[in-house]
Each structure stands twice: as C-alpha cells, then as structure tokens.
Design a protein around this ligand. Structure first.
Ligand code: ATP
Length: 222
C-alpha cells in the first residue's frame, strides 16, 4: 500500500517538502494554522486543512493516526513544535521528522522520541562553508557530530594517481567509497583505479581527517 505523509507547517521548508512529495506522486496531508498557506497548497497536497496541530482532538479528527510519516515543519513557535511532536508520539505515529530551530530544540526533540531531527539552516550553512573553502568540494553531508561524507572534484593533486598510491586510508584515515565518472558511480573502486580528470570522489571519514584531506589533496583549481 502507498505510504501516506502529513506535513504540519507550510513555511518554505514544509512547503517544499509538500511540493516534492506531490511531485513524486505521494499522498500528502498538508496542515497549517494559516488559511492563506492552506489555500496555496490546496491543489498541491492531496488534502490541505486549516488546523492547530497542538490541539490533540483536532489531530485525532484529522485521522493523523493513519498517516505513516509526519513531518513537523513549524519554525519559530518552538513550543508548538515540541507539543505537536509529543502528541504525535503519543498517538503512535510510526515515523516523525521534525525541523529544529536551534540546538536546544533539537535536544528536546530527540529526548521526546522524534525519529529524525533536521536542522536545515545549520546543515546547509555547513555545506556551503565547505564549498566556499574550496570550489572543488561539491557537497558535504553530515552523518553524525563528527563524521561526514564529502564529494570532491579531482584536481591537480589527484588526477593520474591511483588510490593505492595516494594511500588515503593510511595517511588520512578516510575511505573513498565511490568515484563518479560521467554518469556512472563506481561504489567499490579498486585500489589500482587511476583517477581521471573530471572524476568526483565520494569520501567518508571523521571531520578532522576529511579536513586534513581537503587541505592537502583538494586544490582550488577549478
Ligand atoms: P520556513 O523557514 O520553513 O519558512 P519558519 O521556520 O519561518 O519557516 P514559521 O513560518 O514560523 O517557520 O512556521 C511555519 C509554518 O507553521 C507557518 O506557516 C505557521 O502558520 C505554521 N504553524 C505554526 N504553528 C502551527 C500550529 N500550531 N499548527 C499548524 N501550523 C502551525
């Protein structure tokens, strides 16, 4: 059976999730306090309703219990975000994703059992910072507080060398888990693989090791 989603809070973040889920052909229930926002999404979501998600009775009436995954995208009103998450948890929702406004908000959300806490502004800030430091760092994905995955464009210091020759694992403690070449991704590159111009390396590691790798082997010669 097709999974059903609900997005609570139709600001830029919630709204964009709603649009993307719709684009992927998913069933989405869109909820917001604001009538204008709800009107904006009435043709995008499967159902769009004006409701206060901090009202348990309202949540029950909306049949939120039947939804597989609820995304709480309430921003500024941290109290409403926490209360909503708590009630969704009590109602037994299988998966709850919540947007956190700051680190304290994130801590509370984790404590009350949110399954996934996202911090889009902070995470995007980190990603952009990495791409600002070097034009060759194309993407950066945080896995935990101190582990990440980075995508780097092979520059002068990498092109023509093999993974075994670079000895990245021993020297930097990081692992090259994939090489993007043209439209293909080799997800288990051979140690003898020669890095070509245009290759993009996908590397996993501890942040401090990745940072050493970026400083020493990723040049800024795009
Ligand atoms: P973004 O950055 O995603 O635009 P934001 O972080 O500025 O959003 P807000 O605009 O504060 O977030 O909130 C997002 C939406 O959540 C708003 O449209 C607001 O009306 C809605 N919202 C706030 N509280 C509730 C609530 N209790 N029930 C339903 N919707 C709510």
């Amino acid at each position: 059976m097709k999974k059903e989603y609900a997005v609570i809070g139709l600001g830029r973040f919630g709204g964009s999730i709603c649009k993307e889920l719709n684009r992927e052909g998913m069933e989405v229930l869109a909820i917001d306090l604001d009538e204008d926002k709800v009107n904006e999404y009435k043709d995008i979501a499967s159902h769009a309703v004006i409701a206060d998600s901090t009202d348990e009775k309202v949540l029950k009436e909306l049949g939120i219990r039947n939804i597989d995954h609820v995304i709480v995208a309430i921003g500024d009103n941290i109290q409403a975000s926490i209360l909503t998450t708590l009630m969704l948890k009590e109602l037994g929702i299988m998966k709850i994703t919540v947007k956190a406004q700051n680190d304290y908000h994130e801590k509370v959300l984790n404590k009350i059992g949110a399954d996934q806490v996202v911090h889009p502004e902070r995470d995007m800030g980190k990603r952009i910072a990495h791409s600002i430091i070097s034009n060759n760092v194309l993407d950066y994905l945080e896995l935990s507080d101190d582990h990440s995955v980075v995508e780097v464009k092979a520059g002068r210091k990498l092109i023509g060398r093999t993974l075994v020759d670079l000895d990245i694992r021993a020297l930097y403690g990081c692992n090259v888990v994939g090489i993007k070449r043209n439209r293909d991704i080799d997800v288990s590159p051979m140690p003898t693989e020669t890095i070509l111009d245009g290759d993009i390396l996908i590397i996993i590691g501890e942040d401090r090791d990745l940072s050493r790798f970026e400083k020493n082997l990723v040049d800024d010669d795009d």
